[in-house]
Write a protein that binds this ligand. Structure first.
Ligand code: G3H
Length: 540
């Protein structure tokens, strides 16, 4: 069984960090982007250290990555002013620009972003300790998401580039922007999940205030100039800070759309701080406690492989992670034996190590929190069933597999968002079903079974508990063209390449009675291309 000392040894010497990945000079990000200008911040800075520690002759010490502005309320108000001007009551350059015009700006930005791939990936790895290969996947997936979103918008625009004639009325129905938008993504996908709302919001014509996540901020440094150069003034504003900054932005009442991925407590606080909450459209990705249900008939090899990846990819820090495993009592012993073998085979270490699965946890105090969950479960009768489970050293936490877990334990209810895997044995389907009914969350679940009758019998009640039922497969968001949402306290609005364009816009139409004079008028406008909205232009 590895000891704390063994875990400590996983923090390497500075010279063992691959040369191409080293931080040669800390990133001093002094500027923030407001109203088309990168403004130098003279106020307090937030020091950014990596959760990765390295040895330089002595004991391991955190790697210093740089620093970032800690903006105040006044900077928040300046961002509001900038976004308000860009919106200009819906009459600004960006909200009235043609779809083709907006697409060309986004494409120019994407090109600039791709030039920064290596820098962004390297900063992401140091800031959030995601395995290097997964950081690359996150970057590439984001670029693909942007391209797919552009294609989806072209399709949407093509479908709307015609008149509809109904009961003698000629109409052109399109989607129009909603107004100033605040986009805030989570630390676990600091680029992808932020861009999954930022890009559709922009493409639909909304000017944006973007606040990068608390962890995963420095990776925005290489993008600041590209944002400034590719979009009209005030269309993208990038600010860094906490509640002191965000509070006044919402309290101003200027924000029409809040796109936030994080905790439901933070989302509620933001929504209620808007003076007219009914005028605030919220697109939210919140908590989840996705269960796996391993039935008696399950293909055990497949169930174990999927449950291991589902619960422990990126050390369990995915909103879609499997956070509780219900295993049929008749297969429990076999499941635990194979599952703990799979966990033992997962390499633990630094994110640049080839094939690493478990890496340092970036949230301060996370190991202590996970240790508390494990101790609470043990105090209430569970055992740590895997070798080394729950040991920790600095920011590294050895995955802990707990069994038998029951509703009297905190880990049964709380979203651990880390490498702790609770196993709940069951005989009666009422155990997992009631747990979902009583759960405040309703994102996804996974069923492992080889019996079509059994699966069919489970699907019908379970689709009304969550928004995606995965059969013999882990829970996940992708493919990104699939709808991604949740019930109860898990989400509001649906994100996917196509759905997001709808979330950030509203159907608006121009209609006229089909009189001879009106027909001539409409024909003249479209023929002369004098309106961007009323247009029959077809994007090629
Ligand atoms: O953290 C939540 C992410 O949206 C999950 O995405 O299922 O692709 O890891 P994923």
């Amino acid at each position: 069984m590895p000891t704390n000392v063994d875990m400590l040894k996983l923090f390497t010497d500075a010279q063992d960090v691959p040369e191409a990945l080293r931080i040669l000079k800390p990133v001093e990000l002094r500027g923030y982007l407001v109203g088309g200008r990168i403004v130098e911040w003279a106020g307090p800075m937030q020091r950014v250290d990596s959760p990765i520690e390295v040895r330089r002759g002595g004991p391991p010490e955190p790697v210093h990555l740089g620093s970032c502005p800690q903006l105040d309320a006044q900077a928040g108000i300046a961002a509001v002013e900038a976004v308000r001007q860009a919106w200009d009551n819906g009459m600004g350059l960006w909200p009235t620009m043609s779809v083709a015009g907006r697409i060309s700006r986004v494409e120019a930005f994407t090109g600039r972003m791709i030039e920064e791939r290596d820098t962004i990936v390297r900063l992401m790895m140091w800031e959030i300790c995601k395995p290097l290969a997964e950081c690359r996947v996150e970057f590439d997936r984001t670029v693909e998401y942007i391209r797919d979103t552009v294609d989806a918008l072209k399709d949407l625009d093509r479908a709307s580039s015609r008149f509809v004639i109904e009961k003698g009325i000629y109409a052109q129905i399109r989607r129009a922007p909603l107004g100033p938008t605040l986009c805030m993504g989570p630390y676990n996908y600091p680029l992808n999940e932020t861009f999954a709302t930022l890009l559709p919001a922009l493409l639909m014509g909304n000017p944006v205030i973007l606040k990068p996540p608390r962890l995963g901020r420095l990776l925005y440094a290489p993008l600041m100039e590209a944002f400034r150069d590719c979009f009209p003034s005030g269309v993208v504003n990038v600010v860094f800070g906490d509640r002191t900054l965000i509070g006044p932005i919402l309290e101003s009442g200027a924000i029409s759309v809040l796109a936030f991925i994080g905790s439901s407590a933070a989302a509620s606080a933001m929504r209620t701080s808007h003076p007219n909450p009914n005028r605030l459209r919220c697109i939210l990705g919140l908590g989840a406690k996705n269960p796996a249900i391993v039935m008696k008939s399950a293909d055990m090899e497949l169930a174990v492989a999927e449950c291991a990846a589902g619960s422990l990819s990126f050390s369990g820090q995915r909103c879609t992670a499997l956070k509780i495993l219900f295993v049929h009592e008749d297969r429990l012993e076999e499941f635990i034996e194979r599952f703990t073998e799979a966990v033992a085979a997962m390499p633990i270490g630094m994110p640049w190590t080839q094939g690493v699965r478990i890496t340092p946890l970036p949230e301060p105090g996370k190991c202590e929190y996970l240790s508390e969950l494990v101790a609470d479960a043990v105090a209430h009768g569970a055992k740590v069933v895997n070798a080394g489970g729950g040991r920790s050293a600095k920011s590294l936490f050895h995955p802990a597999v707990l069994s038998p877990v029951n509703a009297g334990m905190r880990v049964y209810h709380e979203e651990q968002f880390g490498p702790v895997v609770p196993i709940v044995p069951f005989r009666d389907m009422a155990t997992p079903v009631n747990s979902m009914v009583e759960s405040p969350f309703g994102q996804q679940l996974s069923i492992f079974s080889d019996d079509p009758q059994e699966v069919a019998h489970l699907i019908d009640p379970l689709v009304n508990q969550v928004c995606r039922v995965n059969i013999n497969c882990l829970c996940q968001r992708g493919p990104d063209t699939f709808p991604f949402t949740g019930r109860k306290d898990s989400a509001e609005g649906t994100l996917s390449v196509g759905d997001a364009l709808r979330c950030f816009s509203i159907r608006t139409l121009v209609a006229a009675k089909g009189t001879g004079r009106n027909k001539e008028l409409l024909a003249a406008i479209t023929r002369e291309h004098s309106s961007n909205f009323l247009s029959t232009d077809f994007i090629m």
